[in-house]
Write a protein of this length. Structure first.
Length: 249
């Protein structure tokens, strides 16, 4: 099929092989933009038949935008190395129904996994993400973290990506901490400014939303834990932004 698989990587030797194998089931090429990995990511990707481009990390959105120039096809399936299409999403693309529609961006729903456990409660599902788009009229945003794909017409599909995001709680917490730092820096560079109440307000709202409105409370201790994690890192994002403001005042 005339689809380019595009993946950005950094030290993904545990995931990249499975990701590329899955992409080649529906793509006629796979492009890997690697951020100077220190493990066997590049070796595995090349052995699997992907074309690897080395590029120091530019940020989430800019790194993906950089990769588009190496994709020969207009339709781009842009997955992370720890993502694999579920069967319903694969069936949609294989059916080629997207060719007969006026949409240039398609969003899928994420099933997030911690170890082998699916986290589909407390606001973690449906976690929508745009991963399939036509580069002639759509493109990832320039955001350094949590980039989005903008186009002329977006369709939200009820099909899924399996996101094997974290192997352990430690890895989960470390990633969330890193993302909160990047997000705070991005907000600061965009001119966002907050007062001392913003971290507390957002943390509280995040907990109430996840635990009560998203029914985390029906999932016992797990629901409470993941609601608190969402609240804490919502708080930390703005606490770090506030610290940047005061440091650079």
């Amino acid at each position: 099929m005339e689809i380019s698989g595009l993946v950005i990587t950094y030290n993904e030797e545990k995931n990249i092989g499975k990701c590329i194998d899955a992409l080649f089931r529906i793509c006629d090429e796979v492009i890997v933009i690697d951020s100077l990995s220190a493990d066997n990511t590049v070796k595995i990707a090349e052995e699997k038949g992907a074309k690897v481009i080395s590029q120091m990390f530019l940020g989430d959105g800019p790194q993906r935008i950089h990769g588009l120039q190496y994709c020969k096809n207009d339709w781009i399936l842009n997955l992370d190395a720890d993502e694999i299409l579920a069967q319903d999403a694969e069936n949609f693309i294989m059916s080629r129904k997207y060719e007969n529609q006026d949409f240039d961006v398609f969003t899928f729903r994420l099933y997030n996994y911690l170890g082998g456990k699916k986290i589909d409660f407390a606001g973690w599902y449906p976690d929508k993400t745009a991963r399939f788009f036509n580069k002639k009229t759509a493109s990832p945003s320039k955001d350094r973290v949590h980039q989005k794909v903008s186009g002329n017409n977006k369709a939200h599909l009820k099909v899924h990506i399996n996101h094997y995001a974290w192997e352990s709680f430690d890895q989960f917490i470390n990633k969330k901490n890193l993302y909160s730092t990047w997000h705070a820096q991005q907000l600061y560079e965009q001119g966002k400014r907050v007062n001392s109440f913003k971290p507390i307000l957002n943390g509280t709202v995040a907990f109430v939303r996840c635990y009560f409105f998203k029914k985390g409370f029906v999932n016992g201790l797990d629901g409470l834990t993941f609601s608190m994690i969402q609240a804490f890192f919502s708080y930390m994002k703005y606490a770090k932004l506030l610290k940047l403001q005061r440091k650079n005042k």
